[in-house]
Design a protein around this ligand. Structure first.
Ligand code: HEC
Length: 104
């Protein structure tokens, strides 16, 4: 599974946004990646490497969907990035759609 099977519809983006801002467990993404996705969330400062800046198109464009999926599901060992293994596949793809449209 390396391409996002979902379309960036309003509904999928809205669900992705809810996960990012509120619903994702153990912690909504915004606490680390920031409200706007700039990697400056209130908890970001404690981490080395720091959370990724999703608003930087250069950083995120080159990362394939499948890799984003894997990292969100499994976390990134040795970094602050947690495993979100409680999310189902559809939810992970929705949050990926949301992250991608933060990039400018
Ligand atoms: C506790 C803080 C924290 C939370 C909460 C968090 N992240 Fe992260 N995330 C990080 C850190 C730190 C990194 C940097 C790891 C690295 O550079 O390898 C990261 C990296 C990533 C990456 C890798 C980007 C890349 O280019 O390799 C993705 C994708 C990601 N996070 C998505 C998410 C999503 C989606 C959520 C919410 C469901 C989330 N993160 C929640 C701290 C967090």
């Amino acid at each position: 599974m390396c391409k996002n099977p979902l379309e960036a519809t309003e509904e999928n983006l809205k669900k992705g946004k809810m996960l990012y801002l509120v619903k994702a467990k153990p912690l909504p993404c915004k606490h680390c990646h920031g409200l706007s996705g700039d990697g400056m969330g209130p908890m970001a400062r404690g981490f080395d490497p720091p959370p990724r800046d999703f608003t930087c198109a250069k950083t995120i464009k080159g990362v394939p969907d499948g890799q984003l999926f894997w990292i969100i599901q499994n976390g990134s060992p040795g970094t602050g990035m947690l495993a979100f293994n409680g999310l189902n596949d559809e939810q992970i793809w929705q949050v990926i759609l949301y992250i991608r449209q933060l990039a400018k």
